[in-house]
Design a protein around this ligand. Structure first.
Ligand code: ADP
Ligand code: MG
Length: 151
């Protein structure tokens, strides 16, 4: 499997990466975002939202597990952080196999519910404003998205 690494050096660059990614997304795509607090997961999601055509401001869904936004496609922004010690199925399939795109922050806490085909992204802080963004596509559709992004 190819390893795709993209570096950004500003918050805006990370948003722009999200916007470019959004143009390649289709209904049913699932993107997982892993990385420490402040790595840029929500920033990348804001870019994805902008690229999908969401007009509302996207914030961390800390108090609700899923927030829904409407753009050209629905965007489901999920934060699984509070599900760390839970094995409850909150109806994940309705999001993952839906008419929209789902972005999952803290996917490790809901690993057993994630679809096999997805785009795993790991974000690392490599400097004050530098972020290393690793893309791990699962399945050929997601491999294609990464190849296009990486060009
Ligand atoms: P997370 O959701 O992973 O906790 P956020 O996206 O909420 O992270 O926050 C990232 C923080 O890092 C923001 O304060 C942002 O301004 C800052 N930042 C600095 N450089 C970058 C960069 N290259 N990409 C993304 N965020 C950056
Ligand atoms: Mg966040």
């Amino acid at each position: 499997m190819n390893d795709y690494i993209i570096k950004t050096t500003t918050e805006d660059m990370t948003k722009q990466l999200g916007e470019r990614m959004a143009l390649l997304l289709r209904q049913g795509n699932v993107i997982t975002l892993s990385g420490d607090l402040g790595a840029g997961k929500t920033t990348l999601t804001k870019g994805i939202g902008k690229g999908i055509g969401v007009k509302r401001t996207i914030n961390s869904p800390t108090f609700t597990i899923v927030k829904e936004y409407m753009g050209n496609l629905p965007l489901y922004h999920m934060d699984a952080y509070r599900l760390e010690n839970s094995d409850e199925d909150i109806g994940f399939e309705e999001y993952f196999y839906s008419d929209g795109v789902t972005v999952v922050e803290w996917p490790s806490f809901i690993e057993e519910f994630l679809p096999a085909e997805r785009l795993d992204i790991v974000m690392k802080r490599s400097g004050e404003n530098e972020r290393e963004i690793h893309l791990y596509p699962q399945g050929s559709d997601h491999e294609f998205i990464c190849k296009e992004l990486y060009r």
